[in-house]
Design a protein around this ligand. Sequence first.
Ligand code: SF4
Length: 390
Amino acid sequence: MSFADELGAWPRARVIDAIECARPEDVEAALMRSPRKINDLCALLSPHAQAFLEPMAHEARRLTRWHFGRTIGMYVPLYISNICGADCVYCGYAVRSGNKEKRLNLNSDEIRTECATLAAEGFQNVLLLTGEARRAAPVEYIAEAVAIAREFFPSVSVEVYALEEDEYRLLCQRGLEGVTLYMETYDQTIYKAVHVKGEKTNYGYRLAAIERAGRAGARRLNIGALLGLGDWRVDGFWTALHARYLQKACWQSAVSVSFPRLLHTPARFAIPHLVTEAELVQLMLALRLFLPEAGFNLSTRERAGFRDHLIPLGITMMSAGSSTRPGGYASHISETLEQFAIEDRRPPAEVAQAIRAKGYEPVWKDFDYAFDEAPGAQGQAHNHMGELRT
Ligand code: SF4
C-alpha cells in the first residue's frame, strides 16, 4: 500500500471526527499505552489533551532521552539559490511574491566560501537549499554543490524541489546523506489553493518524493507540514501518519519531523490558521509520544526563549546562526532575496551555550561518519570539534 492509499483511508472528516470524539479518559489511556496507536494519537492531539500537557511533557522527555540521550544535533541551512519559478503564496521566493531583491545561484567559489565559513564555526551538518528552478538550478548544479559541501562537512542534506529517484541517486553518489521535503499541507484543497504555479502544483508527485529519496539511498528523511496553512491538528495527524509509514517503507533511513511554523509571510498572504506556541507544544508532545524514535528538528523560525524552552521536550536537532539568503554567511553578495525572516538571531556558540544550560550536549558531528569514506571531511570534523570544545 502506498502512502497515498494510506492517506486516502484518513480523509479530513474522519480525522476531525476521531480527534473530536476523544474524551479525557482516552488521553489518560494514550499516556499509559506503549506502543501508541492511531486512536491514541488522535486523543493526544485533541483539545482535551491540553489539560494533560504536564504528563505528556514528562513522557516526551523520558522517551527522547531514552532514544537520543541528552544531545541536540546542530545544523545550518545554506541557500545556494533563490531562483524560483513556482508560486507558493506564503513564500518570499515565489515568482509573484512582489519581492524585488537580487536572485541568483551561488557559483562554485561562492559555495566553497560559504561552506568554509560555516565549517570554521563548527558546523558539520549542512542543509543546502534552492527554490524550484529546474532550468536555472538543475540537478547537476545541486549535485556539484553537494560534492563541494562534502569537502567541508561529513553530513550534507538538501531541501530542493521534488526529484525523480534516479536524480536522488545521483545526489547520493556525490555524497548526499539526507533529504528534507515538506508536504507543506496534506490537505489537498488547501494545497491547491496555495500552490498556484510550478511543478509543486502536482500534489501526488510531491507526496511520493520523500519515499523516492529513501529508495535512492538517502539515509535521513525529514518531513513536515508548514504550520498555519491548515488545521494544525489535522496536518499534524497526517504528518505523523506519513512519518510512521516512512519508518516502515524506508526502514534503512532515519525519519525525522520538522515543525516549521508560519510567522512571517509576504504582504499578499495572511496566515489563515496561525498556530500559537502552546499549540505547537501540544503538537510536538503528541507526535513525540506517537513517534518515539523519530528525530525532531527545530529551526530559527522560532524565537530564542521559546526554542530554549522546547529543548527538553523532544527536540533532537536545532539550526543556529541561520541566514535564508544566498551568500548570507560570507560571500557578501549585497541584498539577495531572503526566503523568510528568522526569529532566533543568536550566533551558533550562543545557541550551543543555551543547550548546555538546559543540561544537554550540542553535537556538531554525527560519529557514524568516523567510518565514512570522506577522509578530508573527517579530518576537518575532528579539527572543528576540537576548536569548539577548547
Ligand atoms: S516554497 Fe519553494 S517552491 Fe514554493 S515559492 Fe518558495 S522556494 Fe519556490
